[in-house]
Design a protein around this ligand. Structure first.
Ligand code: ATP
Ligand code: MG
Length: 428
């Protein structure tokens, strides 16, 4: 992609109303723009990152045996009346009416809808277990939308739903998602702490939140330092992590005798990036979903639901990956892997070398070519701000001696290389 064609409105000034660094940098790097309170447009670079985060989430869901589908954002109020949640949900739900006055809503979550869809086609134990997920926009009319997309009103969520025949099956599905979450956050390069959670309005017994540690996090969490030594790839990781003490401050305050010795009890701030629940027959019972069992009886399937804040993760990633000059994207979510800078746009030799590099690099990886008629200083600042992992800089002096400069955004390391060697280094 060429900078002259795409839309990256980088801001020189720090936006006054953005309180935390990720919000400031998302505005400054031209990733998002607010269109109404807590509602954001995703500009080209922001959208690319959102898609890459979604890809990581999706890959781990599929690895865990969950199948992707897509449910609509708009739901009917009647569906929610079946579970009794239409009245229970409160003012966070955006209620709308269609032209005939039928009550609708913008989905804050999808338990009712998935149950309705799945139950219509499922009569027998043979069709279970199953875990289905989608990555879809949600709307919650938050009392205090803040920190940009961290607590938005419209936000992107991965939500998965499991259906099982018995408690043991439900526990297995829950653990499969638990493990998928550990892998997802690790694949994004984030350290996430699974915290035992009260299950809240969704209901149920087993529930964990996943918090990415960050000083700007909205939640305070307490946990046993021993948790940090658990290898998430070990076969017993889920078991050990769920057995290790970790609690949100509010819940921790209710615990009479904290089992963790004082010198091992850590207090940190965290961003809640995921929340999983197993709630049994809460919806299948209220919505009348039963299946035939092997021995001819009937049961209500047991369910779990599993959310990841896909758009909130972008905030968490930036909180963990930035410096004074801007964002420092990890490779796996960077909007482009390489930023190509032409220091003398319009100079025939510089243009020719850039065109050649652009074509060859694009064949191997993703490249953003800054081909604008701008000063070098402005191009450097922009490229640092948007944080692509590699910069390839072409200037008249280098062109004469057949070299380009390459900079690693994270380490700041710079090297002069021939164009061939630069390509080889980036694509190796
Ligand atoms: P919170 O306590 O932050 O309000 P929640 O418990 O309401 O979260 P869930 O209903 O479990 O959240 O939703 C699953 C995930 O969706 C959360 O873990 C979070 O990462 C994300 N999420 C929830 N609300 C928002 C929001 N307003 N903006 C962005 N992401 C959100
Ligand atoms: Mg909430």
């Amino acid at each position: 992609m060429k900078m002259s064609r795409t839309f990256v409105p980088v801001l020189r000034e720090t936006p006054a109303d953005a309180e935390i660094v990720s919000h400031r940098l998302m505005l400054r790097a031209g990733l998002i723009r607010q269109t109404a309170a807590g509602i954001y447009a995703w500009l080209p670079l922001g959208l690319r990152v959102l898609q890459k985060i979604s890809d990581v989430v999706r890959a781990e869901q599929e690895r865990a045996g969950a199948a992707e589908m897509l449910m609509p954002t708009i739901q009917s109020a009647d569906l929610w009346r079946k579970s009794g949640r239409y009245d229970a949900y409160g003012p966070e739900m955006l209620r709308i009416a269609d032209r005939s006055g039928r009550e609708m809503l913008y989905g804050p979550t999808n338990e009712e809808m998935i149950t309705q869809i799945f139950m219509s086609e499922t009569k027998s134990y043979r069709d279970l277990p199953k875990t289905l997920f989608h990555i879809q926009w949600k709307f919650r009319d938050e009392v205090r939308p803040r920190f940009g997309i961290m607590r938005g009103r419209e936000f992107l969520m991965k939500d998965a739903y499991s259906f099982d025949l018995d408690e043991a099956g439900m526990k297995e599905s829950y653990e499969a998602q638990f493990r998928a979450y550990l892998r997802t956050f690790a694949a994004l390069g984030l350290k996430a702490v699974p915290v035992r959670a009260p299950s809240g309005p969704i209901g149920g017994d087993m529930s964990h939140e996943f918090h990415v540690l960050a000083e700007t996090g909205e939640s305070a969490i307490f946990y046993d330092a021993a948790l940090e030594d658990i290898d998430i790839d070990a076969p017993d990781a889920v078991e050990r992590l769920s057995a290790t003490y970790a609690m949100e401050e509010e819940e921790h305050a209710k615990v009479a005798d904290c089992p963790v010795p004082a010198d091992r009890l850590l207090k940190r701030r965290g961003i809640e990036v995921g929340h999983i629940f197993a709630f049994g027959t809460k919806y299948t019972q209220s919505m009348g979903f039963s299946v035939q069992t092997k021995d001819g009886g009937t049961i209500h399937p047991l369910m779990g639901s599993y959310g990841v804040g896909v758009s909130r993760l972008m905030g968490a990633l930036i909180e963990a990956n930035h410096d004074d000059d801007g964002i420092v994207w990890p490779d796996q979510v960077a909007p482009y892997r390489v930023g190509l800078i032409n220091l003398r746009q319009g100079d025939a030799d510089c243009d020719a070398m850039c065109d050649d590099l652009y074509e060859r690099l694009s064949a191997a990886t993703s490249v953003l070519y800054d081909d604008r008629d701008e000063r070098g200083g402005a191009k450097f600042a922009t490229m640092d701000m948007i944080g692509l992992p590699w910069q390839v800089i072409v200037g008249p002096r280098g062109v004469k001696s057949g070299v380009v400069e390459m900079k690693n955004r994270r380490t700041g390391e710079k090297m002069e290389l021939s164009p061939d060697d630069a390509i080889a280094k980036i694509t190796s």
